[in-house]
Design a protein around this ligand. Sequence first.
Ligand code: ADP
Length: 477
Amino acid sequence: MQYINGEWCQATTGKTYPVYNPATGEVIEQIARGGKEEGNLAIDAAKNALPSWSKKTAKERAFYLKTVSEKLRERIDHLATIITTEMGKPIAEAKGEVNLAADYLEWYAEEGKRIYGDTIPSSSETKRIIVLRQPVGVVAAITPWNFPIAMLARKIAPALAAGCTVVLKPAESTPLTAIEVMKIFHEVGLPKGVLNLVHGEAAPIGEAMMERQEVRKITFTGSTKVGKELAAKAAATMKKISMELGGHAPFIIFEDADLEKAAEGVIASKFRNAGQTCICTNRIYVQRTIAERFSEILVTKMDKLVVGNGLQPEVTIGPLINEAAVAKTEDHISDSVKKGAKVVYGGKKPTGEVYKKGHFYEPTILLHATHEMKIATEETFGPVAPIFEFDTEEEALQFANDTSYGLAAYFYTKDVSRVFRMSEKLEYGIIGINDPVPTTAQAPFGGVKESGVGREGGRYGLEDYLEYKFLSLELEL
Ligand code: ADP
């Protein structure tokens, strides 16, 4: 059900579409197939709600965010089950994601109270300069399927805290989690129109969002291709944009690293969410002197990964989102093997009755990867870990930066000077140093180069939802 102006509604056309469980292929629910008309109605509602919402005090706005955050934590089992059912990730990861979403809401409930302006010394004795910070206006938020709750919280929380109103469009395949979150906002009495949910046909809904002058900000997480299209369209009405797009993360292991920890790190970064995160490791670079030993350690740790339906507590790798994702993974592996890579773990679809109807793929390790392979430049978004080798720090850095993406990079070393040399030269927005899971509510998440613009999280995440207003006052003294 869509949620527009505080009310639950079907599509005006009456059309619906099925949401599937990727582990079983079963239809979970038929839901409204909204389009441009619903997009426009939601924008109208957000526009009408803006004056009163933006006038509220930060403390009043914080109440809603804080209460919703608490309710997310109370209902973690229920929400995690919905996430796993509609997108497949293991239930423990789904619970982690609900907690992260709650963290964003809690953080921005507080941070909204610290939207400070400035007073600036003037060059004239009679002038006073004051800078106000005000909400940008109606925000359109488009979220992806791989983190159905954390991504929407990371956008909704700072937007509402800043005094903006929001129209949210979740991914076609994962609207059910978004609906649950809207129910909670409704339950805590969020004023009507402040937050609206439209789902269904992405392009027409997107068109309404991009065309309407009243939408002053678009915040998007998804593919680089769609992000670029939206950014181009946003130019027509000069909307502010935040784009969190694809990545192609290098994971560099130097010979002085703790290899056990590095192998654990690769597993956490590469196989979390079955390799379907934008900060997932895509290229593992191992210093040649330790390459063989490292691969052996990594392979011994792989047996603890269990593929299956994420609702089973022992499962650590759920299904991929759809068959196209499985096909892309297979294509990257066969292209790599054709060009000289060797599969030393996995490399096929799991067999057995339980896997028949879902989109499963075994976690896979490839040795002897080279930069001629597709896997070296295209985002796989699947559970494949290709291992490349390098000789020197300079070479590792050059390989790591040789991509149009710039979201996350990781490296493992114990050398503190190297930590700074590498961190300062890696062209990425997020650097994990001996840390494979850097995301947290208080830090700025986002990329450089074609991985996007803007940052989400922490005090930085509010910037994108605010405008500066400069007041110049002439006094009579
Ligand atoms: P992915 O490949 O991860 O599905 P997409 O960029 O296609 O990434 O999807 C991310 C989000 O963008 C989803 O909510 C999707 O519905 C939305 N989306 C895709 N195409 C458009 C479009 N033309 N206009 C607006 N939103 C779109």
